[in-house]
Design a protein around this ligand. Structure first.
Ligand code: 13P
Length: 255
């Protein structure tokens, strides 16, 4: 449709993997392989690895992200890290609302909205994750679930702030399972997300919104997924931990 208005974003989500030394080694391996990318390349790493990632990516086209942030600027929240803290060390991206946060750590649509608001206030770019569980897909309520998640997450976000939001559609049943959504399934939901952005903010905002797909994207299936008119990139888990695989996805997005 208006894909030429958007630059693809390929982001790795390393989850709870890699020490700082391993971070440096993996980024050094990825760097030369993606140097000519014609898409944005991001690696989202554990908090403990952020300094190593920032150092290793200096002067390269790879940007660094965190995997979550708290909504308060500071305070009595043991174990948490604020968006302001990420900003202070020079981290430009943050994943918010990943299904693993929602499933295992109690994130709700409301807290996802608060974290999103805080990240935008800190000047970060948010990769906002949404997606349905298998039972929800089987019940035929995928669109309601995803629309609700997006609507609540963005309820305090103004149109001019959308430039700093990327939405990642990640069907929970496809994450880490090797079960990928078909290209048609991915595009259908991504398109519905774009239509919702149009309803909420207008066609120009919808045309500009980067909507990624995530869930067992790999070197073998990336090209087909990324060729879909409403799939503007990927959020990659397992395959982002292997430099050649991640680079192959970046290459597929650069075509
Ligand atoms: P996998 O690519 O390992 O399925 O993980 C996807 C994901 O959760 C990215 O955020």
């Amino acid at each position: 449709m208006n894909k030429e208005l958007r630059k693809a974003v390929i982001a790795g989500n390393w989850k709870m993997n890699k020490t700082p030394d391993e971070t440096k080694a993996l980024i050094e391996a990825i760097k030369p392989l993606v140097a000519k990318a014609d898409c944005d390349v991001v690696v989202c790493v554990p908090y403990i690895d952020l300094f190593a990632a920032l150092e290793a990516t200096k002067g390269s086209n790879i940007k660094v992200g965190a995997e979550n942030c708290h909504w308060a600027e500071k305070g009595a929240f043991t174990g948490e890290v604020s968006a302001e803290m990420l900003k202070a060390i020079g981290v430009p991206y943050v994943i918010i609302g990943h299904s693993e946060r929602r499933t295992y750590f109690g994130d709700t649509d409301e807290t996802v909205a608060k974290r999103t608001r805080a990240a935008i206030d800190a000047g970060l770019t948010v990769i906002l994750c949404v997606g349905e569980y298998l039972e929800q897909r089987q019940l035929g309520i995928t669109m309601e679930v995803v629309r609700t998640q997006v609507k609540i997450a963005l309820k305090d976000i103004k149109k001019e702030e959308l430039d700093n939001i990327i939405i990642a559609y990640e069907p929970v049943w496809a994450i880490g399972t090797g079960l990928t959504a078909t290209a048609e399934q991915a595009n259908e939901v991504n398109k519905a997300i774009r239509e919702l952005i149009c309803e909420l903010y207008g066609q120009d905002a919808a045309d500009k919104m980067v909507v990624q797909y995530g869930g067992s994207m790999n070197a073998g299936n990336a090209a087909e997924l990324l060729a879909q008119p409403d799939v503007d990139g990927g959020l990659i888990g397992g395959a982002s931990l292997k430099a050649p695989d991640f680079a192959a996805i970046v290459e597929a997005a650069s075509k």
